[in-house]
Write a protein that binds this ligand. Structure first.
Ligand SMILES: Nc1ncnc2c1ncn2[C@@H]1O[C@H](COP(=O)(O)OP(=O)(O)OP(=O)(O)O)[C@@H](O)[C@H]1O
Length: 534
């Protein structure tokens, strides 16, 4: 169907067209249109996407505006039978050229279209042929192409191995969408997924939203881990009240011996401060002790530390430094809720199991609920887990693993340091080679370290309006244009825009419903009088 004619095309990347009056309501931001292929007779049409729509009325140009000083003037027009609003109005649209399909990719034309070339609205059938991802790999259907019933497909291999970012303002639907991606991935591929969950939201994925087989299957793959000695009563009660089932989880502990020197030093320094002498002793001691995951009891651990540190201690000052260091290490281990030093520790009547990273690398959805921890503890755990996953993956290199990091700005901030920044940067830069994929989620893209964000080669945007974030994304992200960013500002609530490697072109998506329950809620105000006061 013809929907307009090209009126201006100053580059092969975009053109303006006059929208025909009878189809005005069908041309919106995001609508796909086509042009006859003026470059290649053998390939199909040239696909373009509307990125702006403006309404123009030539009567309302500067010279005429000066005459529109009162209602009387308008009425005079009307008295002469001139409908001032419609007679001189036209709708103009700008479309960004995606290109014509050659195999699985799009080839961009080298010349712009000619003014007066017709612009067409493809049928759903034509469009789905153009949009399909037929590269034979695993595809994730995260919803439908906006305003159409065509499935919105992402290339799972590219999404996982070249990392992705989900970016939106708070409450924009990031974790809903992350849940959809996770559901799709486990339904279509045998991949372990690890979710770093600082708000305890993703436990809800244990609950199927319906009795559909896929929903029950995904829910059955969810395993929740909570740090050993964190009180989870309020979250468990909330879960029970909301979903009418008990939250299931395992309590995990970390052996302090398995920490890298950098993490142990970082935690000690943060909680108790370290002098230069204590730092030096710790460095030497850690070197002699080596990293180990065998549980030996706190006293034995401190003895080992004393013996190893004692090798370098000479003189009263250093002896004092060693003994205060031991006190600080003891306090750290006793007070951080995730450390265990002997097998068979319990929290209440719940056993605490030593975390084995290899368990997280088995097919399934592993939710690490860090909601009961201080930010620095969370960062230390994230660093420990990510470093170990990287180490194991770099040795076996035969399987993909996907790590979802919620609130990524807290774990790899763009300003200041954090214990987990280097682990995230390492995976962002080198994870692809060893099969470790990242999905970072953030409501403040400008606060995410550029070395992490820039490596996420697929971006899924929900609405963002903050100009600082938009500018940052433009500077850091490779595959995004000004036109795409303009659209990100006007997305509706359940719309997303996917750009980058996992899609053949920027794809506007209506995100599908969830198979499993969504944990995040925005509490609403309760009208006065509806609360029972005790
Ligand atoms: N595709 C969708 N379909 C239906 N409802 C949705 C969709 N996306 C989001 N929502 C609704 O929007 C609410 C907020 O979504 P979500 O919790 O994913 O936001 P968020 O961006 O992760 O928030 P925060 O910044 O607080 O982490 C959800 O509770 C859900 O009800």
């Amino acid at each position: 169907m013809k929907v307009g004619v090209v009126i201006k095309a100053q580059s092969p990347r975009a053109f303006w067209f006059r929208v025909f009056d009878n189809v005005e309501d069908r041309i919106n931001v995001g609508t796909f249109v086509t042009l006859d292929n003026y470059e290649s007779r053998v390939n199909g049409p040239i696909l373009a996407r509307v990125t702006r729509v403006i309404r123009h009325n030539y009567l309302v140009d500067d010279r005429v505006i000066a005459q529109l000083g009162s209602e009387d003037v308008i009425n005079t027009f009307r008295d002469y039978g001139i409908d001032i609003q419609y007679i001189a109005q036209s709708t103009l649209a700008r479309a960004s050229i995606i290109g014509y399909r050659v195999g699985t990719r799009f080839s961009k034309p080298l010349k712009p279209p000619k003014p007066m070339d017709f612009v067409y609205l493809p049928t759903e059938g034509e469009l789905s042929k153009l949009l399909r991802l037929d590269n034979g790999g695993v595809r994730l259907v995260i919803g439908s192409v906006r305003s159409l019933s065509i499935p919105a497909e992402l290339d799972a291999n590219k999404l996982v191995s070249h990392h992705c970012a989900i970016l939106a303002a708070t409450g924009g639907g990031k974790s809903w969408l992350a849940g959809v991606i996770v559901e799709e991935l486990v339904l279509r591929a045998e991949i372990p997924i690890i979710i770093i969950d600082p708000h305890g939201e993703y436990s809800a994925m244990q609950v199927p939203k319906s009795s559909v087989d896929d929903a029950k299957y995904v829910a059955s793959l969810v395993k929740v881990y909570v740090p050993g000695k964190v009180d989870t009563t309020s979250l468990d009660d909330y879960f029970k009240a909301r979903f009418s089932v008990k939250r299931k989880y395992v309590r995990f502990g970390i052996n302090p011996r398995s920490l890298s020197l950098r993490l142990m030093e970082g935690l000690l320094d943060h909680y108790y401060g370290l002098t230069d002498a204590q730092r030096r002793i710790l460095e030497e001691a850690w070197q002699y002790m080596g990293m180990d995951n065998e549980l030996t009891g706190l006293d034995e651990f401190l003895n080992d530390l004393e013996k190893s540190g004692g090798r370098v201690v000479k003189g009263y000052g250093n002896e004092l430094a060693l003994s205060t260091l031991l006190t600080k290490v003891k306090m750290l281990i006793e007070n951080r809720p995730f450390f265990i030093t002997r097998p068979g520790e319990f929290y209440g009547n719940e056993p605490i199991r030593l975390l084995d990273i290899k368990d997280l690398m088995e097919y399934g959805i592993h939710v690490l609920d860090l909601s009961g921890l201080d930010l620095v503890d969370q960062q230390a755990l994230v660093a420990l887990i990510l470093n170990n996953i990287f180490r194991i993956s770099s040795m076996r290199r035969d399987r993909l693993v996907f790590i979802v990091v919620e609130e990524a700005h807290n774990y790899a901030p763009s300003v200041g340091s954090s214990l987990s920044t280097s682990a995230l940067i390492k995976i962002a830069r080198e994870g692809r080679k060893f099969g470790v994929g990242l999905c970072i989620i953030s409501q403040r893209p400008s606060k995410v370290h550029p070395d992490v964000l820039s490596q996420c080669l697929t971006q899924v945007f929900k609405r963002i309006i903050n100009p600082v974030d938009l500018r940052y994304v433009r500077n850091v992200v490779e595959f995004i244009s000004d036109e795409d960013l303009w659209e990100v500002r006007v997305l509706n609530e359940d719309d997303a825009l996917v750009t980058g490697l996992a899609v053949p072109m920027p794809l506007p998506v209506k995100v599908r419903d969830r198979l499993t329950e969504h944990g995040g809620v925005t509490p609403a105000l309760i009208p006065r009088g509806n609360i029972t006061r005790v």
